[in-house]
Design a protein around this ligand. Sequence first.
Ligand code: SAH
Length: 375
Amino acid sequence: MTSLPLISVTDGDGATARRASMPPRHLADLDLAGRRSAVSDLGEQAFRATQLSTHYFGRLERDPAGMTDIPAAARERLSEQLLPKLLTPVRELACDDGATRKALWRLHDGSMVESVLMGYGDRVTVCISSQAGCGMACPFCATGQAGLTRNLSTAEIVDQVVYLAGVAQSGVMGGEPRRLSNVVFMGMGEPLANYSRVIAAVRRLTSPAPEGLGLSQRHVTVSTVGLVPAMRKLAEEDLSVTLALSLHAPDDDLRDELVPVNQRWKVAEVLDAAWAYAARTGRRVSIEYAMIRDVNDQPWRADLLGRLLAGRLAHVNLIPLNPTPGSKWDASPKPVEREFVRRLRAAGVATTVRDTRGREIDGACGQLAASEVEG
Ligand code: SAH
């Protein structure tokens, strides 16, 4: 069995060494009031904060050179202090005729993270990272294998979205400008282990421009291994974001292995926290379940899952396992998957199977492992 990872349910940045590698402050770290006082502290007029914000969030302009309504001297001073370069694109890969694009970034301290942009008929979704690496050690997930490097700052999280919203707007996805509509925290990292920065990022993404990007809260999904105290805290935030719970097994014996944090918070506790979230927000919780051949895909596990979820505000999202390099596990055969779906639906549980977008560019669920791609 994989050993229990070290978990902080608040911010997880206890180590001084790690804090030292956090990036410089960026305007997306601050709300509009904070930006106004930062601009005043720099000896500029406070309304410059709104101008900067309109460029960054309203026009998706990340380059100070494009902010021509701000006089050059002020622009230089402000951009040095409030628009440091956080993400350096190292590689961008496309597949599905350009409808899926993966970006690999280098951060200021050399850490690497990835994001994936996916265009569908009616929506454009970006899958973003909340940490460099991950400390949750799920044995089937590529990111989990290398451990946690550090938390991302709020602005490092937001800047992935703003950058890729700009890519979508530029028309490279199918020749027409597309507007980013959805954000999922399903890239690298455990979002609820970087709690305060992720919440601040959600607020930036969902505040109307120029304070933020103006996305609908309902179109933001926060996915978690099940850090129960943080899930309960999230329910109190007055945010109607979608909560996704990576369950992957309906029984503690198996979940202890697949999602090691289950050794701390058991299936019953984590589902209780999910139902409390659903009750508080009125939002249906998404139950994520990677289908792993002969591991968690047996008919009796479908029936047990069905019994746990029947009558609840829940939706099951089955993810065909993306085998990671060197893994002993494989995806379930399609007939096994179909039978699993049939049994869940027979129990009255809404169930869908996730498409495996981005697989050929290692951009699908659980494949993000930037350090390996680097070489
Ligand atoms: N740490 C968060 C978010 C990141 S992973 C979480 O665990 O929820 C996003 C989803 O991809 C999770 O449900 C995760 O369990 C799943 N996943 C990880 N590795 C996978 C793989 N190899 N194949 C399919 N899904 C995987």
